[in-house]
Design a protein around this ligand. Structure first.
Ligand SMILES: CC(C)(COP(=O)(O)OP(=O)(O)OC[C@H]1O[C@@H](n2cnc3c(N)ncnc32)[C@H](O)[C@@H]1OP(=O)(O)O)[C@@H](O)C(=O)NCCC(=O)NCCS
Length: 177
């Protein structure tokens, strides 16, 4: 099976909401909120689907999704959400989704990307830290069941292209795509 990442479409809403409700049992977004997110001109939502049988009509077609909010010109972005179906976790999909959102934030000229994560979610916190996010502070009892939110920020890295044997101090080309 090949996994394909593509922009979310309005007809992915049902599959996204199934995964949303299964994943965030206490804090799932209402369907109307997710519909607005998918339609927002400032948003960028990706879904991970089976690359061979991609059919949004299939109820279980979406293995994962992630969303960025980054109005052009604001200089900032927010990771709105990310979820990967349990059967597909641990295979690198969450990291690829995050990297794709960060790349889009860079294309929109965001300098910083922010997110909030539950304090009791070491897997997500580990993923974000490994991508360069640092912890800015805590919002006490932010989530419905009294769990703190940890606020994190990434300084969006420039893309740097250099020959494989060049020293890190000698970039030959620096691009902001
Ligand atoms: C967080 C989540 C999206 C990660 O997706 P994933 O596809 O499993 O992640 P990856 O396989 O790309 O792993 C990325 C990193 O996460 C961390 N991680 C993944 N599985 C882990 C585990 N079982 N224990 C500890 N850390 C783990 C590691 O840092 C890992 O990097 P590494 O493989 O280089 O060590 C997924 O676990 C998920 O959907 N969780 C439920 C929803 C959620 O918590 N969303 C975040 C809300 S802020």
């Amino acid at each position: 099976m090949s996994v394909l990442l593509r922009r979310a479409r309005p007809d992915d809403l049902g599959a996204i909401m199934r995964l949303e409700r299964d994943t965030f049992t206490d804090d799932a977004w209402p369907e109307d909120t997710m519909r607005r997110e998918l339609a927002s001109e400032h948003g960028y939502y990706l879904v991970a689907v089976d690359g061979e049988t991609d059919a949004a009509a299939a109820p279980d077609a979406v293995f994962g999704y992630a969303g960025l909010l980054a109005p052009r010109g604001s200089g900032q972005g927010d990771i709105q959400t990310i979820a990967v179906e349990p059967a597909h976790r641990g295979a690198g999909l969450g990291r690829v989704l995050m990297q794709a959102l960060i790349a889009e934030a860079r294309r929109r000229e965001a300098v910083h990307v922010f997110l909030e994560v539950r304090a009791d979610n070491p897997v997500a916190r580990g993923l974000y830290a490994s991508l360069g996010f640092t912890e800015l502070g805590v919002r006490p009892r932010y989530y419905r069941n009294g769990v703190d939110a940890v606020l994190m920020r990434l300084e969006v890295p420039q893309t740097v292209t250099r020959p494989a044997d060049a020293r890190p101090a000698d970039p030959i080309e620096e691009t902001q795509s």
